[in-house]
Write a protein that binds this ligand. Structure first.
Ligand SMILES: Cc1ncc(COP(=O)(O)O)c(C=O)c1O
Length: 382
């Protein structure tokens, strides 16, 4: 009998809820992906790349043209002069980048601090590396970091802290002051940072994304991860990148080289071409998604859900205490799907030990206007 190396892992809630949505014909606002396509020019560029014979292995670190575009982007947006040769690596998705960053530094017995509610891919990667996740709860209701509790949780075995801003599932943002506090806390310690910034462009109401790439001190010990899938509405392309100082990139690449070796070639050609031709895509994204957030929230304000507008990501949390306080959030998500035809994600699944009275579900508003209108109509009828 094989003893599982990941005994606590089973089918994720994202798969479960998407399946339930498909079975029941519900509108799927559960999993985080758009129900619209990426830009025509980007998709045409892939077709062209495939037909032009860009179909053999790309270099291990990623296509030079795409790494050059990422370098331009991080210099323009964050003032970070990152070398495309030694600091930027293209990966098949942010998930793979996260896995490689964790495996580059985590050894048996190391502790990794994650903030609950937390994205589900960090912990299995840490466990497979022989490490252990120390779960810190973000403070409610604003999902902020409790700095004293974080300071208390640091031990000589703490090797990594995982940040995620904008934060999935809450949409909360950290700011420059938070980064300064973090820097002061870990200054004299042997601790690395994994900064998951896949929603870096989905920041609303004129606020600024506090990228670790802006922070000279933290950057020296950081892996900063992003996802072209999120940014260009093509989550199925599973293409992302990591920016890290040369000594950390070198170690990450040793893992990446044997996990996948490289990313998909024609996708990289297309992304490089599109990024160069359409830099405005990035500056237009916050407004694009803010309009979707506002459409959804305006409609939902006629419902009995309680919420404050999300600051970032394409997720909106909603408190259902006034509707079915008797149901825990998993039961509520199932009830909403089966009885009212809208699929969501319960928040408790993002916790090691969820707070007992949590009554929150997460809706994804990366959807067409008509999808959002129909979903809100159903939610308002409850
Ligand atoms: C916080 C967070 N990190 C990473 C990822 C994974 O990104 P990718 O699809 O590029 O692997 C996601 C996708 O939902 C996410 O929400």
């Amino acid at each position: 009998m094989l003893t599982s190396k990941l005994p606590n892992v089973s089918t994720t809630i994202f798969t479960t809820m998407s399946q339930l949505a498909a079975e029941t014909g519900a509108i799927n606002l559960s999993q985080g992906f758009p129900d619209f396509d990426g830009p025509d020019a980007l998709r045409e560029a892939v077709a062209r790349a495939v037909m032009d014979g860009r179909n053999q292995y790309a270099p291990m670190t990623g296509l030079p043209a795409l790494r050059a575009q990422v370098a331009v982007k991080v210099a323009t947006l964050y003032g970070r002069q990152a070398s495309p040769d030694s600091e930027i690596t293209i990966t098949p998705g942010a998930t793979q980048a996260i896995f490689c960053a964790i495996h580059a530094v985590i050894r048996a017995g190391d502790e990794v601090i994650v903030f609950d509610p937390c994205y589900d891919s960090y912990e299995p990667a840490v466990e497979l590396a022989g490490g252990v996740c120390i779960h810190q709860q973000l403070s409610l209701p604003d999902f902020s970091i409790d700095w004293q509790r974080l300071a208390d949780a640091l031990t000589p075995r703490t090797r990594m802290i995982v940040l995620n801003t904008p934060h999935n599932p809450s949409g909360a943002l950290i700011d420059r002051k938070d980064l300064d506090r973090l820097a002061a806390l870990i200054r004299d310690r042997d601790i690395y940072l994994l900064s998951d910034e896949v929603y870096e462009h989905l920041v609303f109401d004129g606020r600024e994304h506090a990228s670790v790439l802006r922070h000279d001190e933290l950057y020296q010990r950081a892996f900063v991860v992003s996802s072209f899938g999120k940014t260009y509405h093509v989550t199925g392309w599973k293409t992302g990148y990591v920016v890290a100082p040369a000594h950390l990139s070198a170690e990450l690449r040793k893992v990446h080289q044997y996990v996948s070796f490289t990313g998909v070639t024609p996708l990289q050609w297309a992304l490089a071409e599109f990024m160069e031709a359409h830099p405005e895509h990035l500056s237009e994204l916050p407004g694009f998604y803010q309009a979707k957030r506002d459409q959804f929230c305006d409609l939902l304000s006629a419902s009995r859900f309680d919420f404050s507008r999300t600051a970032g990501t394409y997720f909106q949390l909603a408190d259902y205490s006034a509707i079915r306080p008797d149901l825990d959030d998993v039961s509520m998500a199932q009830w909403l799907t089966r009885e009212h035809g809208v699929a969501s994600i319960p928040i408790s699944v993002f916790y090691q030990t969820p707070p007992a009275d949590l009554r929150l579900v997460r809706f994804c508003f990366a959807k067409q206007e008509e999808t959002l209108r129909q979903a809100a109509e159903r939610l308002c009828a409850i």
